[in-house]
Ligand binder design. Structure first.
Ligand code: PLP
Length: 395
């Protein structure tokens, strides 16, 4: 007999395992439906499914039982009404932009965002008639207000930001957006719902690249979380007609990894904090970008009391030449363009992930030629510190 659904009363830590309805199912883990089309049943049911008067599975580009489990689990973890899983984080961002701002809309975005998002906003969306204004000081509310235009459709912020970990006040930004009758869209990839739930702070829509912490770096994917009505509209609109769906296999793998998200994030936070402390005291490092350091450390702690995650950056004295030596001397950190994996990773943002920004844009975004980004993994912290120490010795 199916158990009563008690998930509404459960702690998020429990929901990472049971969220999405698994307590009411006969299968104790989400089953893998590697299927494209589903039986429509009767003639009348087919008509109801296609007209949207009955909910059900039709075709995997639109929905699928395994993907549905992932979407429901993500929605529960973020405190959202519903979710839509996509083929990647970029697909999620593109979809929400097309849905909300197509046909001549305008977006106001923080300039502290992942390079790929920046390029989508600066090049691709304008080519489709969607204009984007970047806020150069996203900490300052009046800079946001100044950028809002009559055709603005939403405000966009990445929190914390990639690669220098700026943390924004989601509650205040949501209030500001709502004063202008606009939705606030938050890319919560780096925080994950284990550290921050933007919807509970007033944000309207949450975006994820699931290719980072959520899936422990194993599979690519993305998600949009928000009100059911919005999710339904995106699903039966741009999503259905352009096709950026996630595969059921990837959705099953993601469900599996999400079950350990809270514990993994704790380890990432602890290791990153230890490494930031080591780097902050190193004579060859001029600056550490981790929210526990700098002018905003007290505010950061108030905004993200559960921790800041595993991403960080630091600036090597001597610019690009010295940064190159450090990066190439590291033995334990893989040189790779990802974040949020078990293994520690390193990259030079100005020439790679953020290489599409002009020198002026890089400067405004706080990224210099000596900036090195670390995605701190879950290895034993002393091994990581020793590797960084020997690499910094080389300069
Ligand atoms: N958002 C953030 C914060 C990212 O760092 C990335 C990629 O690095 C993306 C979105 C894009 O995600 P994906 O690579 O899954 O398309």
């Amino acid at each position: 007999m199916a158990k009563k659904d008690i998930t509404k009363r459960l702690h998020s830590k429990t929901l990472e395992i049971h969220g999405g309805g698994s307590l009411t199912d006969s299968e104790i883990r989400p089953g893998l439906y590697r299927v494209i089309a589903f039986s429509l049943g009767s003639f009348d049911r087919a008509q109801r499914l296609f007209s949207g008067t009955e909910e059900g599975f039709i075709y995997t580009r639109i929905n699928n039982p395994t993907v549905d489990k992932l979407e429901k689990r993500l929605a529960v973890l973020e405190g959202a009404e519903a979710g839509l899983a996509t083929s990647s984080g970029m697909a999620a961002i593109e979809l929400i932009a097309l849905h909300l701002a197509h046909s001549g809309g305008h977006i106001v975005a923080s300039n502290r965002i992942y390079g790929g998002t920046f390029h989508l906003f600066r090049e691709r969306l304008p080519a489709l008639g969607i204009k984007v204004s970047f806020v150069e000081n996203p900490f300052e509310e009046k800079s946001w207000v100044k950028a809002i235009q009559p055709n603005t459709k939403f405000l966009y912020v990445e929190n914390p930001s990639n690669p220098i970990l700026d943390i924004f006040d989601i509650k205040s930004l949501a209030n500001l957006a709502h004063e202008h009758k606009l939705p606030l869209v938050v890319d919560n990839t780096l925080a994950t719902p284990s550290l921050l739930q933007p919807i509970k702070l007033g944000a309207d829509i949450v975006i994820h690249s699931l290719s980072k912490y959520m899936g422990d770096g194993e599979v690519i994917g993305g998600a949009i979380l928000g009100k059911k009505r919005l999710i339904d509209e995106v699903r039966t609109g741009w999503f259905r007609d352009t096709g950026p769906c996630i595969s059921p296999d990837n959705a099953a793998i993601l469900c599996y990894h999400i079950e350990s998200l809270f514990g993994r994030m704790k380890e990432h936070c602890r290791n990153a904090s230890i490494i930031a402390k080591f780097l902050s005291r190193h004579p060859k490092v001029s600056r550490v970008f981790y929210p526990e350091y700098g002018d905003r450390k007290k505010i950061n702690k108030r905004l993200m009391p559960k921790g800041f995650g595993g991403l960080m950056a630091f600036e090597v004295r001597g610019g690009l030449k010295k940064a190159k030596i450090v990066l190439e001397s590291l033995k334990l950190f893989w040189h790779a363009a990802n974040i949020g994996e078990a293994r520690s990773l390193v990259i030079h943002p100005a020439t790679t992930t953020h290489g599409q920004l002009t020198p002026k844009e890089l400067k405004k975004a706080g990224i210099s030629s000596g900036t090195i980004r670390l995605s701190v993994g879950r290895e034993y912290f002393q091994d990581l510190v020793e590797d960084l120490a020997q690499a910094l010795e080389k300069i």
